[in-house]
Design a protein around this ligand. Structure first.
Ligand code: GLN
Length: 243
């Protein structure tokens, strides 16, 4: 078996080590004897989504998001088709915002892909802190770090999780992220996957099942260090209130 991973615009969208998510995908496949090929797509490159199994769209500053927005216009239709066709996507922070209709900054409106029926509006106070979510998809909490000026309004979409500690989509500490088909879109940097191997394996399984049209069983890996760190973080924040 083999998965092809597309890292979109890594030179522009790679805040707080989002690239670590690619390393996590790669290592967890290699440890299981599954082949993996990672392709970086830069500005101007054409992208054939028919050959892609996982897309990573990382976070970026408002300036970088504006540049990427022009690139996304060229691939909008193909990217949407890929998602509707159950393609796997991990979108983090700026990448999450760009999956929506628009991100309105202090000075301009940046057009998004319109794949998700969500929108984001900037406010002066940045939302910066560790964050912990409880998600219906997982029995283990998701831990990470958020740093965003945008507030994302997700309408009828399903959130990734309920905020246990932190601020989340709109800064109110209620919900965080979106799950849509095989897309996980979230504000959690960190990077997300090395801290949350359960989320990594969820996406890998979705990609393998889709590609090989079977219920692929992923071999268990030794994640006791990650589990201990997760327990520690959840315990540390469990009596601090949701701020
Ligand atoms: N520029 C966006 C914001 O501030 C996204 C930032 C990020 O990706 N960390 O909301």
């Amino acid at each position: 078996m083999k998965l092809n991973i597309a890292h979109l615009y890594p030179d522009l969208l790679n805040l707080y080590g989002d690239r670590g998510n690619i390393q996590c995908f790669r290592k967890r496949l290699e440890w299981r004897g599954i082949d993996v090929e990672v392709t970086q797509y830069l500005q101007g490159d054409s992208i054939d989504f028919s050959d892609i199994d996982i897309v990573l769209l990382g976070g970026g500053s408002d300036r970088e998001q504006e540049i990427v927005c022009e690139e996304l216009k060229k691939i909008k239709k193909d990217f949407k088709e890929y998602v509707e066709n159950d393609g796997v996507v991990l979108a983090v922070c700026g990448g999450y915002q760009l999956l929506g209709k628009y991100y309105k900054t202090k000075t301009k409106s940046i057009e998004g892909l319109g794949i998700l029926d969500i929108y984001t509006e900037w406010e002066p106070e940045r939302l910066i802190r560790n964050i912990i979510l409880n998600s219906d998809l997982f029995s283990t909490p998701i831990v990470g770090f958020e740093n965003h000026g945008g507030r994302t309004y997700i309408g009828n979409h399903t959130p990734l999780g309920k905020v246990f500690f932190g601020l989340g989509n709109t800064g109110k500490g209620d919900y965080e992220g979106v799950v849509y088909k095989n897309v996980i879109a979230t504000y959690l940097h960190g990077p997300l996957l090395p801290k949350n191997p359960h989320v990594c394996d969820y996406l890998l399984k979705k990609a393998l099942d889709r590609k090989y049209k079977e219920d692929v069983k992923l071999a268990k890996l030794d994640d006791h260090m990650e589990a201990a760190a997760n327990n520690y973080i959840v315990a540390r924040y469990s009596n601090k209130g949701n701020v």
